[in-house]
Design a protein around this ligand. Structure first.
Ligand code: CP
Length: 331
């Protein structure tokens, strides 16, 4: 595996889930794989779970880890070409990336969407430069449009909690919920992409105007009536996202609704098939979900976070054991 951005990068999902089980049973079985190898983790944005779980996964594999917070201690980076760098940015990303590549065997990058220019964000302009110029395998720790380590951890969690006796596929509902800030679409995009590839009945619900990009929606059923969507659900995955600008590009990154009737509370959960509640965290209580739901015995938010270590370890293990081709494709 040269890059990890999309569900296709992991190959057969059943095999990946089997590997996750194996890693979870003995997470130190492959300590020699990472000996004398270095993971460089680059953060353009804040993180709690991704930072800790990916570092822990690399340590389980015997890797050395370097963490760089670009906005805390490094030179401020210019990302545009053709500019006269007479402002506060001292270094260009096009020099910084190959330099970073000199010091590691794998680069993991977190770089959120700016939510101002849809084309820039959806072209994955920043991380594609890492793919092109670092000379090293690149793992997404949440990019402008995808968060695959989260989606893989979510799939592992669903697979661990689905009813093995049920004859039907579990119904998984991704529901938009209100928020006070404009958030990126990376988590819902990846969740949709991975659920479409998984053996589940997948439904997406959101207010009008929040349509996700069709390349992530795929064949999922979109239901604008949240109650109808939640009826019979086995898993409820709540998440806020800002307008993806699919119907109206000018609305990209905007907050179109703060409708609190979409907040997941016990009444919403009563419409489901005693569903599990899921969220990637961090979560704003009172906006996305009420205290009683997130604290209930059906809440999976902590197991999801715990599985971030497992998803990262499977991915890093795959990268470490893959032959490294001289040329790689873009995202
Ligand atoms: N879910 C997630 O990626 O959490 P962090 O932003 O804290 O890394």
């Amino acid at each position: 595996m040269r890059t990890f951005f999309n569900v296709a990068d992991i190959g057969d999902l059943n095999q990946a889930l089997h590997e996750a089980e194996e890693v979870k049973r003995n997470r130190f079985a492959y300590r020699s794989l990472g000996e004398n190898k270095t993971l460089l983790m680059i953060f353009f944005n804040n993180s709690l779970r991704t930072r800790l779980s990916t570092q822990k996964a690399a340590m389980n594999l015997g890797m050395n880890v370097i963490v760089l917070d670009v906005n805390a201690g490094a030179w401020k980076l210019e990302t545009e070409r053709g500019v006269i760098m007479d402002g506060d940015k001292s270094e260009h990303l096009l020099e910084a990336i190959p330099v970073m590549g000199c010091y590691c065997d794998i680069i993991a990058v977190r770089s959120f969407a700016g939510l101002e220019d849809r084309d820039f964000d959806y072209a994955e302009t920043i991380v594609n430069q890492f793919v092109k110029y670092s000379g090293k395998p690149v793992v997404a720790m949440e990019t402008a449009t995808v968060h695959p380590l989260q989606a893989f951890a979510d799939l592992i969690t669903i697979s661990e909690h689905r009813d093995p006796a049920a004859s039907a596929r579990p119904k998984v509902v991704l529901t938009w919920a209100p928020h006070c800030r404009a958030l990126p679409q990376a988590v819902p995009n990846s969740f949709a992409q991975w659920m479409n590839a998984a053996d589940v009945d997948f439904v997406i619900t959101h207010p009008e105007g929040y349509e996700l990009d069709p390349k992530f929606v795929g064949n999922a059923r979109v239901e604008y009536d949240q109650r109808k969507a939640l009826e019979g659900a086995d898993f409820v995955y709540a998440k806020n996202w800002s307008c993806p600008g699919v119907k109206n590009k000018a609305d990209y990154g905007q907050i179109l609704s703060q409708d609190r009737s979409w907040t997941i509370d016990s009444e919403h959960m009563s419409w489901t098939h005693n569903a599990y509640f899921m969220h990637c965290l961090p979560v704003r209580r009172g906006l996305i979900v009420t205290d009683d739901v997130i604290e209930s015995s059906r809440s999976l938010v902590i197991p999801e976070a715990a599985n971030r270590e497992i998803s990262a370890q499977v991915v890093l293990k795959r990268v470490l054991t893959s032959p490294y081709p001289s040329e790689g494709g873009e995202l």
